[in-house]
Structure formats: C-alpha cells, structure tokens
Design a protein. Structure first.
Lengths: 346, 346
C-alpha cells in the first residue's frame, strides 16, 4: 500500500465539478494500478457520482471537506478563512505527507497561494512557478512561469530554468532538454533589462542545456523544451496560444461552410482533421504543475473534463517516483554553493 | 501636383527587393490617382524593374541612393554612416517636406532609428511606437507598441493609447475606437507594476474610449481596437500570432493528407478555405506605421510582396489627408495642459 502514489483530487473545483473530476479520478485508477486517489470534497455529492462507476474500491478514498472556494474570491482571504475547503484540506494532505500530490481545477489564485502557504516551498526556492505544458509542432514544451507573481528577478528565472529542466527530463522524459529564454530577438544584446541580466546567468549555468534567446514565433515550432519567461509574459503567451488557436479553428470551420462544394469536402476531411487538431489541444497534456513545492500541486484548466483530470493524476506518478522535489533541492543547493565558491575564489 | 500624396518607397529593402517594392509601387499608382511614388535606390536597378510595367510616368519618380543597409547591421551605426542608403535618403525626403511618407521593408532597427533621428518626433511625443494592424475574428486591431524600445514608462503607454486612437479613427475608419491594455486578468488590481500605474491614467483620459484590461486570449476575438502594451510584450504577441497561425495551418494541411478520403475532401475545401484564411493574414493589412513622427514612416514585413507594398502605400493617403501628425500633436498638447491645470487646481 505504501508504494502507491497518493493523489488528492479537488472534487469541488472547476466548471464541471463534481462530475468530471470524479470521473477522471476513476479513469486514472482504472488506467494505472500504481495510483490511489483521495477525492476531497462534500461526501454525499462525491458518493453519488462514484455510484456511476466500477473501480477498485481500495484505491479510491473520500476525504471530507465541506467548503468550496469560488473562482472570484480574493485568494489570500479564501485560503485563510475557508479552512474546511477542498483546496485547503487537499493541500494539507500533501503538507503532512498523507498525499504525494494535489490536483485541482479550482481558483488559480487560491491554488497558487495555498501551494506557497500550505504545502510550502522546497528549501532554497525563491518563487514557485506555474509551468503548463504547451503543444508544439511535434510535441510539447514547458512554459515557465505563468503564475500570478509578476515582475520577477533574474535569480527567479534562473531557478525556473533549472526546475523546468528537471521536470522535462524526469517527468516528461526529454533527455537534456533545451532551455530558451523568451526574447525580442536572438542576438545576445537584445531584450529588456530583466532578460539582459538573466542571459549570462543562464549561459554559464552548468545544470541546464541553454540554447539562448528564442523569439515568440519559434515557440510553436518547438525551438526549446523549457521556455523561460517572467509570469506576465508567460501569461500572455499561454492565453494568446489559446486565443489564436480558437479563432483560427473557427475561421477554418467557417471557411468550409461557404459553398456546397466545400461543405461536402468538410464532411470528408472532418475525422482526419479532428485527430490532428487534438494534438494541438492543451487539455491533452494534463494540467500545469506548480513547481518548487515540497509536494506536487497540479492546476488544471477551469474547464477541464475527465480526460484532463486523468492525465494530470497520471502525471503525478513519475513526479513522485522520480523524487522531483529532492532533485530540485539538490540542484539548487549545488548551484548556490558553486556560485559562492566562485565568488570566494575571485 | 501639390495635392498628390507623395510616398517615398525603399526600393532596396526587404527579402524581395527590388522586384516586389517596385511592383507594389506601380500597382499603387495604378490603383489610386491621388498618390505619387518616389522609388529610392539604385537608378539602373529600379529602371530595369520599371520597364516591365505600364504606369502613369508622371506619378513615378526615381530618387537615387547608392547604398543599402543590410538587416544584420547595427542600426545606429548604419544610419550614421550610410548617408547615401535608401533608408536615409528616403527619410530625408520626409524630413525636408519633399515626401509625405516613407515605406520600407528594410531593417526594422534602422527604420526605427532613422524615424527618430532623421524624420524626427512630433513636439510632445516621448517615444514613437511601432504599431502593426493585426487580424482579428471580424476585422483588425492596432497593436501598439511593437518597437525596439522596451521597458516603457506609464506616460509612454498613455501616449500610445492616444496616438493609436487617432490612427484607428482617422486612417482605418473605426469610430470611437475601444482602447484596452494587455493584462493578466480583467480586474483593476491585477497586473505588473507598469500596468497598475498606467491603468488609472487611461481610465481618466478624456481623449480615448478606454474599455479596461484585456487578456491576451481576447485579442484575436477583437476585444479592443487599440491594444496597448509595452514593446517587449507587443513583440511577443505579434510574433506568437504568426507562429501559432503558421503551425496550426500546417497542422490542418497535414491532417487533410492523412487518408484518401480526407485528400479528396481537401481538394473540395481548398478554394473556400484559402479565401477565409486570407482574412487572417497580417500581410493583407499593409505595414506597421511608426507613429508620433513629423511624417508617416511605414515598416512592412521583411518578406513583403507587391500586395503589401501597395496596401502600405495606399494607407499613406488617409494618413496624409487626415493630417494625423497635427491631430496627434493637438491631442497631446491639450492633454498635457489639462493635466497641468488639474495639478495647479489641487
């Protein structure tokens, strides 16, 4: 039993709670026998949903939590006052070592605040980044940071690059992941003050495979596996990705409906096209991990369906088995001492 | 003759010079009799291109310039030393009132530097923004600023909003254009230090129709006509727009080629789809104006073809006829005195 990866799941968060998180949790335990889920929320509501499914009872537990944090609530207040909310209760499971990870599609602000204040940062981490996987031409990249703390310092970005590299290598399975910093040109002297100051620190960092600046145009092309940027820029990238994608797909659909000829064609291309566009759909890749914490916290889209919950839960297995927090802590500590040694040497 | 709008065109700049800029210039004078073009560059090269076309000779002039500024050259140096380059010569025509506008698809850096140092800023303008039109679901929006000067101040963004509004109203023809500031949430307290400081200044500005913060997701939806942001963010938005669009369209094409059934369908949808996607193609809207200068400078894509040159040249007609620089100068001066009056009153 102790070998199971224990994932607490917020059964009350997101647009389709409790139906979709519960369904996703059931699908996850049915898909992989290494995982056990703890559904956190109102017991009667969760039980009613669970009755719909067949699943191994010993790997699905209900953890009672009576309150719900709404999306619009000021996060700091909500975390402080709603002690019996599914987010607070679920995060406490991680904090006290009763769960290895927590998955929620509830309020992003509350998840970020709770992650920092309840789960707690790994020693040495200055700021925990939110790092979604975004689809690229032939795979995925990690966009780090998209969190709520803007106006980052260079030392934050360096830690993002290191944490993102550990995650991509050991959870997503990309050997020696390429790290790029988002910039307005590829030349070393280009950029704003933050990027110019961060660039040399990344260049000399022995823990990452730094490939230099990347322009936003090259992100969908997969020019880097770990795309480092400050959270304001990351947020713009993430949301524009969704926005341009949605608008273009609606344009394509609209274009296919303009004549009888194209309508017939549309019927013929539809199945193939659907399959291809799925590979460019962010929800296929599970949620965004909040890195740098003592346990894993995964934030999924507010509009997540069962499939995204399932993928997010399964993501937690590698995270836990690969001991990501320990690896992050070691790298950061080694880096810090090597920097200090270099300073003393000068 | 003096009623004609005189547009100097860099015949030597961009990936397809001199063929495409010359062709675009000829198409522009043939399309609108209010315009006269001055093709700036090497005389023999331009003459050779012009021989291919029929056009009203009295509205096409050649202005000799022997040198060419390459894309990779450090801009400040290039502008200073290549006095007989097509960019420097073309901009001097605007500076000395011998042309109303200058269109170039040469080095962005050189165009920005030349615009500021040769053409010169309108009195009161702190920083001239580069403001491309980007396609949206049902039209276009002005993305301001995408220039090379990053780390802007709030007063810069306020001027961008005002200049952008004048341009959208009087050149593009959108009455009372909606101004939005790019942010990571729509709530007034969200944002980085720059956005938080700028927000109240935009809110109280009587010269614009401020609609508040917009998230990047809403930009392709057309949530604002004038999309205000700092140049680093603007650059990321512009390039990601291109990148996501290109990747998605290649995915759509690839998806259509996966089976015999979908290949047949692809043949049927192709013409209709092409027409629709054209409306989402940035090159349809002419180049990006560099605003806040004494004359109009338009930067077109490095990969511009004749059609983009033509559209950029035709854009200059409204700009000149509507006396945009005068309007900008008046608005900025009025705003400045109203701010000073308010301060004295307190």
């Amino acid at each position: 039993m102790s070998d199971l990866v224990r994932v607490a799941v917020d059964a009350m968060g997101g647009d389709y709670a409790p139906a979709e998180p519960v369904k996703g949790a059931v699908e996850a335990v049915n898909a992989d026998e290494r995982v056990k889920v703890q559904l956190v929320g109102q017991v009667d509501v969760i039980e009613k949903e669970l009755q719909k499914y067949t699943y191994p009872k010993e790997r699905v537990e209900i953890v009672p939590a009576t309150e719900i944090i709404e999306t619009g609530e000021p996060p700091v207040n909500a975390i402080r006052h709603k002690k019996d909310s599914s987010i607070v209760v679920g995060m406490k499971k991680v904090r006290y070592g009763e769960a290895d990870a927590f998955v929620s599609s509830g309020s992003t602000g509350a998840v970020l605040v709770g992650g920092q204040t309840i789960v707690g940062r790994i020693k040495g981490v200055e700021r925990p980044p939110l790092a979604p996987l975004i689809p690229t031409k032939d795979g995925v990249s990690l966009l780090i940071d998209c969190g709520a703390n803007v106006d980052a310092r260079p030392s934050h970005l360096v830690q993002f690059a290191m944490m993102g590299s550990v995650y991509m290598e050991h959870v997503v399975g990309i050997k020696n992941p390429r790290v790029g910093i988002v910039n307005i040109g590829v030349e070393e002297e280009k950029g704003n003050a933050l990027v110019k100051e961060t660039y040399p620190l990344l260049k000399e960092n022995p823990y990452i495979n730094f490939v230099g600046s990347i322009e936003a145009r090259e992100i969908p092309n997969g020019a880097a596996d770990v795309v480092v940027c400050e959270a304001f820029v990351g947020n713009v990238i993430l949301k524009l990705y969704e926005g341009v994608g949605a608008t273009l797909i609606s344009k394509v659909k609209q274009g296919m409906m303009t004549s009888l000829r194209s309508k017939i064609g549309a019927l013929l291309v539809k199945p193939a096209l659907k399959e291809t566009l799925k590979s460019f759909d962010a929800s296929e890749y599970g949620g965004a991990p909040l890195l740098g914490l003592k346990g894993l916290v995964v934030k999924t889209h507010g509009s997540s369906k069962a499939n995204e919950f399932k993928n997010s839960i399964l993501q937690c297995i590698s995270f836990s088995e690969e001991k990501i927090p320990q690896k992050v802590q070691e790298h950061l500590a080694d880096y810090k001492s090597s920097r200090e040694a270099a300073k003393d040497g000068v």
